[in-house]
Write a protein that binds this ligand. Structure first.
Ligand code: ZN
Length: 306
């Protein structure tokens, strides 16, 4: 039975795309690794941020709708996304965010020091000090010391109404193991140790998706075959899955886990260098083949990013 190596990406919603790019590339120092459109609505960007090559597990993506209303957080959704930074980096990040006028708060969770703050759309974020990050080189944007640069996504916190049901998907389908509890929160860690999913019990009160909401969380499958096996085990457990969709940079299957969070299983292949060189990632607007004929019309509608 295949297991997931951990998170592949997290996808969220934003309002102003230009503000989104400025925050994630300049304030947080991630690399814009792909500039494309929502494959279901090419009038909206799909922006991917990550490390130098867009390694699976480093990717945070956004659909920025310029006039989107702010989301209302509820149950059945991810309520915080955490990034890993090297041990000792939080002091520098705390100073950097304060200098930029961004409110941040220090916390401890499961013995890890973390700095909690929000992006311009009030999406909740955390920087978490981790131990060995030698396999995650990260990406140091101008003005950010390589020693403190974000390395990858370290996990998400899910507000769940069916803790046991969500936990079962993490352990039985993706191979996560329970790593302890703190207060009423339970932590599950991927088999590779790459990330942690924290489950926070929440009454089944629905929020409303909007700017600042996380739309879905994607887990890695090494191959189409592994993805199919995971999908099969979900179906055997009476959880419906979508057909496979080609997202150009990975292939995806989606499902709602028992608490209502939208989960995706995304293949590692082919990755972000499939349509532009690593040195040029994120510099040109990339369109899937079905929209290439409409390129000039699409470019005329998309707002400038810089
Ligand atoms: Zn996705």
């Amino acid at each position: 039975m295949p297991v997931s190596q951990g998170l592949h990406h997290v996808t969220a919603m934003a309002a102003d795309p230009r503000r989104n790019v400025a925050f994630y590339t300049r304030t947080l120092g991630l690399r814009l690794v792909k500039k494309t459109v929502n494959f279901d609505d090419p009038s909206v960007y799909h922006l991917y941020y990550g490390d130098e090559t867009g390694t699976a597990g480093s990717i945070l993506t956004f659909f920025p709708w310029p006039h989107a209303a702010r989301g209302i957080k509820g149950s059945g959704e991810p309520v915080e996304t955490a990034f890993l930074v090297p041990a000792g980096a939080l002091d520098a990040w705390e100073r950097r965010l304060a200098d930029l006028g961004i409110e941040a708060r220090r916390e401890q969770r499961f013995g890890q020091a973390r700095l909690v703050f929000a992006d311009p759309d009030d999406m909740r974020l955390a920087l978490v000090e981790a131990g060995d990050l030698s396999d995650s080189p990260g990406w140091a944007a101008d003005g950010i010391d390589a020693e403190i640069a974000i390395r990858r996504i370290g996990g998400v916190t899910l507000a769940v109404s069916d803790m046991a049901g969500t936990a079962r998907v993490l352990t039985d389908v993706f191979g996560y193991s329970e790593a302890g509890s703190e207060g009423d929160m339970k932590r599950f860690v991927s088999v590779s140790g790459s990330d942690a999913i924290d489950l926070r019990p929440s009454p089944p009160v629905r929020g409303r998706m909007g700017a600042g909401s996380v739309h879905h969380v994607a887990f890695r499958a090494a191959t189409d075959g592994e993805q199919a096996a995971m999908a099969q085990s979900l179906v055997a457990g009476r959880i419906g899955v979508t057909e496979q969709k080609d997202r150009n940079y990975f292939r995806s299957v989606y499902f709602r886990e028992p608490s209502g969070v939208l989960f995706e299983i995304a293949t590692d292949e082919p990755g972000f260098a499939v349509d532009e060189a690593v040195e040029e990632l994120g510099t040109a607007l990339k369109l899937p083949a079905q929209y290439e004929a409409q390129r000039s019309r699409i470019e005329a509608v998309l707002p400038p990013l810089a």
